[in-house]
Design a protein around this ligand. Structure first.
Ligand SMILES: C[S@@+](CC[C@H](N)C(=O)[O-])C[C@H]1O[C@@H](n2cnc3c(N)ncnc32)[C@H](O)[C@@H]1O
Length: 351
């Protein structure tokens, strides 16, 4: 049974209702949290108090005939987040519902805590109703795994979204949900690096994934970018994305192991090397140094750690074996992965 509240209101002909609502709203008398009632040719409009003299004059000026009365009105249901659409789950589960999730094109990826996992379908359906353009909702069921850094996913509502287009700062990415690495939290970092690049640079994106850095740079700068990844789905996505973006620069997508391909064939070639493989970047630093221009260039070194000092010492210790001059240009925490794990980046000029 829907609860109704006794309110003062006015009754007007349905043809005058819009005008009357406008006048009431202008004078701050419209009870905006309550639904108006329609009955045959009349409309009852709830007000927060009886009409003032000024409003009555305004109605007369607008030729609106009205009658003042009282009636019972239903509250409007206010849906601010998907949580307002989640019904019939226990309070303990309700309290654990996540407030944030990733929207990747027509898919949503959400981390549901264990306490609420039994209600995953209800949660997924609420998200589908809240976001009208979403086709499928996936629960993230574990940590990113393997060399290809894939996220384990389970479809909890809607349909499987095989391919979708995800947009970041105006750059379009074709994404194969579940088959490539994707992390919308990196969007600022993609943009930041693209802003650092100058026209004419030769860049190596050693672990390009679907091209987060490469495409963002190529959309903004006339750079030449070699973009490599071992995941064929990532390279296929990147190739598809090349066709749907307007590029200033050029991207050469390469399927293969960065350690092998570049260090063998591209000695001292690049002005900038992007090393976004945070679990393993240290293993590839010698290859990055091998391909970086002999006149010096920039390395973006991404690493997971609890504190930034660990990353700085590791970077300096390793790089000193390969190059003699190192200047750290910038250091930043990119994202908080968990309470004891952060993603950091060091931008360093290396000669
Ligand atoms: C963290 S993801 C990169 C994400 C991407 N840079 C972005 O910003 O969206 C790391 C990527 O490195 C790739 N990868 C792992 N080992 C590799 C290797 N030896 N050579 C090339 N790519 C590799 C994985 O397949 C994965 O797509």
């Amino acid at each position: 049974m829907v609860e109704k509240i006794k309110m003062s209101c006015i009754v007007v002909h349905k043809y005058d209702a819009e005008k009357a609502i406008r006048v009431l709203r202008k004078h701050g008398l419209l009870a905006t949290d309550f639904k108006v009632m329609r009955c045959k040719d009349v409309v009852k409009i709830p007000t927060i108090k009886p009409l003032t003299k000024n409003v009555k004059i305004a109605f007369n000026n607008e030729d609106i005939s009205f009658k003042e009365t009282v009636d019972y009105f239903e509250r409007k249901s206010i849906v601010k987040t998907y949580k307002d659409l989640v019904k019939n789950i226990p309070k303990e589960a309700m309290d654990k519902l996540p407030s944030s999730y990733d929207i990747v094109g027509e898919a949503i990826l959400i981390r549901i805590p264990e306490e609420a996992m039994n209600y995953a379908q209800i949660i997924g359906e609420a998200l589908l109703r809240f976001h009208k353009n979403i086709k499928g909702v996936y629960a993230v069921t574990g940590e990113t795994y393997g060399e290809e850094r894939l996220t384990p996913l389970k479809l909890i509502a809607g349909n499987n979204v095989e391919k979708t287009v995800y947009v970041e700062h105006g750059v379009k990415f074709v994404v194969n949900i579940g088959k490539t690495y994707i992390n919308p939290s990196l969007s600022f970092e993609h943009h930041r690096i693209a802003e650092e690049v100058s026209d004419g640079e030769k860049i190596l994106d050693m672990f390009c994934g679907i091209g987060g850095f490469s495409l963002t740079i190529a959309c903004r700068k006339k750079a030449e970018i070699c973009a490599a990844d071992i995941n064929p789905y990532a390279i296929k996505s990147l190739i598809s994305s090349l066709k749907i973006n307007k590029l200033k620069g050029t991207i050469y997508p390469i399927l293969g192991d960065s350690a092998y391909v570049f260090s063998k064939f591209f000695n001292k070639t690049f002005d900038r090397v992007i090393m976004n493989l945070p679990g393993n970047a240290y293993r590839f630093l010698k290859y990055a140094c091998r391909v970086l221009s002999g006149n010096g260039g920039i390395i973006h070194y991404y690493r997971f750690a609890e504190a930034i000092n660990e990353v700085i010492f590791e970077f300096l210790r390793l790089i000193s074996s390969f190059r003699s001059v190192v200047k750290i240009l910038y250091i930043r925490k990119v994202i908080e992965v968990s309470p004891r794990k952060r993603l950091y980046v060091i931008d360093a000029y290396v000669m």
